[in-house]
Write a protein that binds this ligand. Structure first.
Ligand code: PNS
Length: 162
């Protein structure tokens, strides 16, 4: 059983995240989308809302027979991965600018849990500039984000704004 976790804040889920899920799913039997519950940050969506949206969107994503689970977690990603008996941590890289931060995290996670490998996937170039932060900013200021986030997520963002 090859189990991976795909950790992140997912505030909110973007089509860039879905692209990484689609690309990585064929490599694993089971994947847990692990949503960080970070009490230090004030998110747009609660962790329950974020998990709920991902669960609603995932059935429409081709995950190639890979079982998908969505769980929230607190604390260290490496601890969560070990507790869930995952052998890999999936992360997406969009541009060279992501590399340094991702490298530091991967090396730290490897130090914490030497048996767990970080697997990097290159995001599709059409999503190379898409981040949750940018999507929230553009949306808040009235810009168009269609095609960059799932429709359901856009609808929930609209509900939040009104
Ligand atoms: O989607 P993000 O915000 O880029 O995800 C970052 C995340 C959640 C993967 C990272 O902040 C993380 O792993 N946080 C949990 C705490 C932790 O393990 N910190 C040490 C990382 S080496």
């Amino acid at each position: 059983m090859r189990r991976a976790i795909f950790p992140g804040s997912f505030d909110p889920l973007t089509n860039g995240h879905l692209d990484i899920i689609k690309r990585s799913a064929p490599l694993f039997d089971e994947m847990i989308v692990a949503v960080l519950n970070n009490p230090d940050k004030l998110p747009m969506f609660t962790v329950e809302e974020r998990c709920g949206m991902i669960r609603e969107v995932l059935p429409d994503v081709d995950t190639n027979d890979c079982s998908m689970l969505v769980e929230s977690f607190s604390g260290l990603t490496a601890d969560f991965a070990r507790k869930r008996r995952a052998t890999a941590i999936v992360r997406g890289i969009r541009a060279v600018s992501d590399y340094e931060y991702e490298l530091r995290m991967a090396l730290m996670n490897r130090r914490l849990e030497p048996e767990i490998e970080t697997v990097f996937l290159m995001a599709g170039e059409e999503y190379s500039y898409v981040s949750s932060t940018l999507m929230k900013q553009v949306f808040e200021l009235g810009g168009r984000v269609e095609g960059l986030i799932p429709e359901l997520v856009e609808a929930r963002m609209r509900e939040k704004k009104n």
